[in-house]
Design a binder for this molecule. Sequence first.
Ligand code: ADP
Ligand code: MG
Length: 340
Amino acid sequence: ESQLNPNYNFDNFLEGDSNRLARSAGMAVANKPGGTSFNPLLIFGGVGLGKTHIAHAIGVEIKDKYPEKTVLYISAEKFTQQYIESVKKNTRNDFIHFYQLIDVLIIDDVQFFSGKSGTQDVFFHIFNHLHQNGKQVILTSDKAPVDMQDIEQRLLSRFKWGLSAELQTPDFETRVSIVKNKLYRDGVEMPDDIIEYVAKNIKSNVRELEGAIISLIAQSSFNKKEVTIDLAKQVVEKFVKNTKREVSIDYIQKVVSDYFQMDVSTLQSKTRKRHIVQARQLAMFFAKKFTKASLASIGSQIGKRDHATVLHACKTVDNLSSTDKQFRKYVEDLTKKLSL
Ligand code: ADP
Ligand code: MG
């Protein structure tokens, strides 16, 4: 079981400046797995830009050219789960052995390994074995190796051995061709001006671009309406709103005050009552965490405090959340509310 999705292939991965390097490196690797200097091939880039698609495409192409080769696609998360399971069941060696026999190993979203030293260690050994035996390793990540955190140095240095290719956000032309290709494959027609309107407004994530188109098709067919620019505007607006999710300091104060059932003015007031002070400190903490505002600016917006007060608040929240269970619950609940 290779876990490959045949719908993610090179034919339907539209080429553009944003992905040319990654796409051609992927094809080169698919033509000669283990036989190029792109080993490992690491593809990195933001959410919804096609990392998983390319990862599958390479595997699908290799399976096509070299049916005898064993190709395995797995997410880093699933790999981690399997590893933990093997430790529990005392089958760690079988786990390692299984992976060392693969010809082409594709691991998606390796940023998931960060902070997981057991998994990193086992992957390090598997990687070395495969690499020494001329087997191909393909990795994807949301960051370049230099920006990865909590990954051991020896593993990071392996990641840099081959080629790191970035997937950037596609330009307008490429976005239009991606949409047209999708519509064509689905057998749906849509006027050019509408396609262009959507492609112009949804820029940073191909998954969302496709999502908007799918939603547009669904709305028009359920409501038996023509796809009009107005409908496209409504759909795009929803997507853009959902994506931006930009958290403002005002919004944070509102969410925190609602959570503690107090008014924003109470949260900002000079009172030293403990539960109000805590709410204010939490608001400062989240403002630091979720916005780019400076400490001074956070302080002035949350009840005209100075930057030292904000810094103190952030430290207090850090401390309390590791020592006080109830307080930790506040932090967790609020994190959830603010991340939606
Ligand atoms: P990531 O893994 O980087 O988050 P995915 O590989 O899941 O992104 O891609 C999101 C969606 O966008 C998928 O449906 C994929 O097929 C599509 N996609 C991304 N880039 C392209 C492209 N250049 N051509 C065609 N489809 C693309
Ligand atoms: Mg992905």
